[in-house]
Design a binder for this molecule. Structure first.
Ligand code: AHR
Length: 580
């Protein structure tokens, strides 16, 4: 019998990384090679052959001589290097690329947790006060369509390993209730089940990602769920049941998670044990559609647990494995997460340290995968990421409802840049979670809805969906606070099918604007336009009384000089440029 551990005690203490408080320091970004050239020329501004000023002259003469030399130096320096070239933040964009930034990187996550499903997505078919389409909020549908959300993961999270899909199909009044043991022991009446979710995905134009119960389920239950959802009518009793329940045609369900956090709330398993279970469950997954094959996702590591990834890559035949997951939350300390809006700069720095750790995690997990899969056939899938703070005062502590500020915009901008830049291995990701939970893109209250700063970053980055990654080399100044420092500037770039280049730049510095010199390397740049997301204070956020306090605006803080572009990034800002 698996003991029911208090939530997050499980996650917080069950991985070697977290037990040992392992926090590997961030590595500085690669230096642009030009930068070294620039530094050398900087020190050679006095032309060769010129006689140095005398060293034995009187003091006054020495001063004049020094002043003359200094002035000459300045004049020469500005002639040789326009101001833009002296900026310390430099970005070089490759002219071409080979990897595609899968739009699936911009995926979302909807768990039966707090007010994500009920109140967030779904208000019930009979609801007369909140406009809805078959029970799904109309305002939410419109907002998420604008975000072009490519996939939605459901029903958990931890909830998934307690969920039995049969409880959520058939007439609603006959559906049994259960206790949601992970999230506040509230009553789950199963009124939102498989049909409601998959129909909602069709409404949203998004691909479903079903997370199957391994912890307390069986291979048969998973095999039946696949048949129920994807097999053609008449092929077995499962599609018959689907038809009886009102749906004749199968849905398209390509993405299947085989368990969640198997090392913790998904069953407290060892990696070896889970790898064996995975093999068993995956063996009986059979696809009912000729149009696509099932994409099987193994429950992955938490943070820096590289042994977990290695065990799965080594012990699961790759013919059964399409992706290995990874979860990383930008949390400072599980026991002391701090408030979502009233944080100080020191706390901000700590959060950003955790957020930027994603770069190292993705790099190192990919390196482990490379050992077993050098052709990168198995994807790394970060199916839970985002900021995690204390809940809003006065709300249920198990519901994980938090506000969303410019700090979250910084997490989103830098993390998405990391995923873009690693798109050769990272093929999908899911922000946790879509509505009213953790780093949500939408918050709701009765019939009101607001879009968070994170929503706006996601919307600004839609330009990268399915575009070709243009690799960037970045040299960044440091954002410093006390003895701590982090690279201030993060960048990614892509070229879309219409040959438009998009560059997303983030300046995480809480106080300092940062000028960035972008080397376009001959990319055609007839017109450049931009948008920016920033605000007066880092703690600014949207409220139901002031829903548009933080929103993107047009950006003109750039200057072009031939092949070089100087972009002036305000403090804590996300900028997306379009170059065409
Ligand atoms: O997103 C909230 C929870 O965090 C998920 O249910 C679980 O997978 C993770 O620990």
């Amino acid at each position: 019998m698996v003991p029911v551990l208090p939530r997050r005690a499980t996650v917080g203490q069950n991985t070697p990384a977290q037990r040992e408080g392992d926090r590997t320091d961030l590595q500085p970004r690669r230096y642009h090679q030009d930068h070294r050239r620039l530094q050398i020329s900087h020190y050679r501004v006095v032309p060769r052959g010129q006689k140095p000023c005398g060293t034995t002259a009187a003091n006054a003469l020495m001063t004049i001589c020094f002043m003359k030399r200094f002035l000459r130096l300045i004049t020469l320096a500005s002639a040789l290097a326009p101001l833009s070239l002296l900026a310390q933040n430099r970005v070089s964009i490759a002219k071409t690329g080979k990897d595609t930034i899968s739009r699936q990187i911009y995926g979302h996550f909807a768990e039966h947790l707090g007010r994500c499903i009920y109140d967030g997505f779904y208000v019930g078919e009979g609801n007369k006060t909140i406009p809805n389409i078959n029970g799904v909020r109309t305002d939410v549908v419109q907002a998420l369509k604008k975000l072009k959300i490519p996939n939605l993961r459901w029903p958990g999270g931890c909830f998934a390993d307690t969920y039995h899909w049969r409880d959520g199909v058939g007439p609603k009044k006959s559906r049994p209730s259960m206790l949601n043991i992970w999230w506040g022991n509230v009553r789950e009446d199963n009124s939102f089940g498989t049909h409601e979710f998959l129909n909602m995905c069709e409404l949203l134009g998004t691909e479903p990602y079903l997370s199957a119960n391994v912890g307390s389920g069986t291979p048969q239950e998973l095999a039946d769920w696949i048949k129920y959802t994807t097999h053609p009518n008449g092929s077995s009793p499962m599609p018959e049941l689907r038809q009886q329940n009102g749906r004749t045609e199968p849905w398209n369900v390509k993405y299947w998670g085989i368990g969640n956090e198997a090392w913790g709330c998904g069953g407290n398993m060892t990696a070896d044990y889970y790898a064996n279970l995975y093999r068993q469950f995956a063996t009986f997954m059979s696809n009912g559609s000729k149009d696509y094959s099932l994409f099987r996702i193994a429950s992955g590591a938490s943070d820096g647990d590289y042994t977990w990834t290695e065990t799965l890559m080594k012990n699961i035949p790759h013919s059964l494995l399409d992706a290995v997951a990874l979860h990383h939350y930008s949390v400072i300390e599980w026991a002391k997460k701090g408030p979502s809006t009233t944080f100080d700069e020191e706390t901000y720095m700590k959060t950003m340290k955790q957020a930027l750790l994603m770069e190292e995690l993705v790099t190192k997990h990919s390196a482990v995968m490379d050992k077993y899969d050098p052709k990168k056939k198995v994807a790394l899938l970060v199916d839970e990421w985002g900021g995690w703070y204390d809940v809003e005062p006065g709300t249920n502590s198990a519901f994980l409802y938090q506000q969303n500020t410019l700090r979250d915009a910084m997490i989103a901008g830098t993390t998405l840049n990391t995923f873009n830049n690693h798109c050769d291995r990272v093929k999908m990701a899911n922000l946790a979670q879509a509505i009213n939970v953790l780093q949500a893109v939408i918050l709701t209250e009765g019939n009101k809805m607001l879009l968070t700063p994170t929503y706006h970053v996601m919307e600004m980055y839609t330009v990268h969906h399915d575009a070709t990654l243009l690799p960037v080399e970045v040299k960044s100044e440091d954002y410093k606070l006390g003895g701590d420092k982090l690279p201030a500037v993060s960048v990614s770039a892509s070229k879309d099918r219409q040959n438009r280049v998009h560059v997303s730049l983030v300046n995480i510095d809480a106080k300092k604007a940062n000028d960035v010199t972008v080397d376009l390397n001959g990319l055609p740049a007839g017109t450049i336009t931009g948008r920016v997301l920033t605000s007066t204070k880092l703690q600014d956020h949207n409220t139901f009384a002031q829903p548009n306090k933080v929103a993107p605006t047009a950006f003109s803080g750039f200057k072009r000089d031939g092949d070089k572009l100087t972009v002036s990034l305000p403090p804590f800002s996300v900028v997306v440029l379009e170059v065409k």
